[in-house]
Write a protein that binds this ligand. Structure first.
Ligand code: SF4
Ligand code: SF4
Length: 426
């Protein structure tokens, strides 16, 4: 409880105006006060005041939030409700850590080789026919909520690390040195976006290195395991400082915003605080870096298509870089850009939310997909591997005829960079 007592004043700043309700994707679906910032803050406040106990009964309320920060952006009192929520989750995690979380945070994420092994096991599961046997027999239903996750999972490709030898070489006359931060989602599930990102930056004169970094630590923060996040951050900070590049670029909005937030993990007296600030100062999203570079190729596509853009929460409200991808898309000749209604509303992926809350996630996704359908777009572009998988899942589920591409993929296509992994826009 001591952590919670320390944030009492922050919690008490809530004036109960209810502005958070208007933008909360979860409240929109449940109409339940406990699903939105105001209700959650009231519960936390009452528990600090000793009116109700703070125990596992809180769990559902605390974990039903997408952490999309839409409420924070819309709060006239400036209540950082998602930070408060993370403190509450961390307080709960001190007393009770579910076995699955213990395995993931203590025995998987800190070990990149084990993470890669998971990818290989999943590929075996898919490629040996075991997946289709389980699906046809109905046994996949025994997985419970994981059965939904099974639907969400794309064909597991070769990892980015496996594809690395096939990348375009660094230019000899490079003008900038860039460290590409390889996120777990990009490496394991969406390597094509990483290949496109690195190749397109190298073609624009950057010397791009891909250091052997660890998970950014965001999943650990989300589940209240600040100690694990801190250890991962320290390792990444040491590696990235050693790389000594001009920029640290990420094509995953979640990883990028986690790196930007590294200073928040450390006490200002900790030597890593200053190091974390140095790293955070160099972090840019892929779109920001593309716009900084002299564009040697004029972007154009032969296919005349309508393209729209979904803003990942960590890009818009984390890195504050929602406009840059739109600027790039609007500059591509041959593309008609149409603004997506509610473009910056969460798609419902929210890391592992799709696994822990499949029904709610699907309800949030339905609205997103109907908005996409209304634009008439044949391609929806975004900047996060989890959003990509969620939108692909939504297109299948709700029968929306749209292709999902990462910004790096459409930039590569529009610069005529040919890589084996890329899809065409048609
Ligand atoms: S918008 Fe802010 S102040 Fe208003 S009820 Fe929500 S959290 Fe409280
Ligand atoms: S972070 Fe998003 S899901 Fe959570 S309460 Fe705020 S608006 Fe709702």
């Amino acid at each position: 409880m001591s952590n919670l007592n320390a944030i009492y004043e922050d919690v008490a700043k809530c004036n109960k105006c209810g502005f958070c309700q208007a933008v909360c994707p979860i409240f929109r679906e449940t109409r339940f006060e406990g699903s939105v910032a105001r209700g959650r803050l009231a519960l936390i406040r009452e528990s600090i005041e000793g009116i109700i106990p703070f125990n596992n009964e809180f769990k559902e309320t605390l974990f039903e939030c997408l952490l999309c920060k839409h409420c924070v952006e819309n709060c006239p009192a400036g209540v950082e409700s998602t930070d408060i929520l993370l403190t509450a989750r961390a307080t709960l995690a001190k007393d009770h850590v579910p076995l699955v979380q213990k395995l993931i945070f203590d025995h998987l994420l800190p070990y990149p080789k084990r993470v890669s092994l998971t990818n290989r096991l999943l590929r075996i599961y898919q490629n040996t026919g075991l997946r289709s046997v389980l699906k046809k027999s109905g046994l996949v239903g025994l997985l419970g909520p994981l059965a939904k996750a099974e639907d969400f999972l794309p064909e597991i490709p070769k990892t980015f690390r496996d594809l690395q030898p096939e990348l375009t070489q660094n230019p000899k006359d490079a003008t900038l040195k860039v460290s590409y931060f390889l996120g777990c989602g990009t490496n394991l599930l969406k390597p094509a976006e990483g290949v496109a990102a690195v190749n397109s930056l190298r073609r624009r004169g950057c010397q791009v290195e891909v250091p052997e970094t660890f998970c950014c630590g965001l999943p650990a923060v989300t589940y209240g395991h600040g100690d694990v996040a801190k250890e991962l951050a320290k390792k990444n900070i040491d590696i990235l400082l050693q790389a000594n590049s001009d920029y640290i670029v990420s094509d995953c909005a979640s990883c990028g915003s986690a790196l930007k937030d590294y200073p928040e993990l450390f006490d200002p007296n900790d030597p890593y605080y200053v190091k974390a600030q140095q790293i955070a100062g160099k972090v840019v999203d892929y779109a920001q870096l593309i716009l900084k570079l002299e564009n040697k190729d004029s972007l154009s596509l032969e296919s005349k298509g309508v393209v729209t853009y979904h803003v990942p929460c960590h890009l818009g409200r984390g890195l504050k870089a929602a406009e840059e991808p739109r600027e790039i898309l609007k500059s591509i000749r041959g593309v008609t850009f149409v603004e997506l209604p509610e473009a910056d509303t969460c798609c419902g992926a929210a890391g592992s939310y799709v696994v822990t809350h499949p029904e709610l996630s699907e309800r949030v996704l339905r609205r997103k997909m109907e908005n996409i359908r209304d634009t008439g777009a044949s391609v929806v572009v975004t900047s996060c591997p989890a959003c990509m998988m969620q939108l692909e899942h939504g297109a299948r589920l709700f029968n929306v005829p749209v292709k999902v591409l990462h910004l790096s993929e459409i930039v590569s296509l529009a610069s005529r960079v040919q890589t084996k992994c890329l899809l065409s826009i048609d």
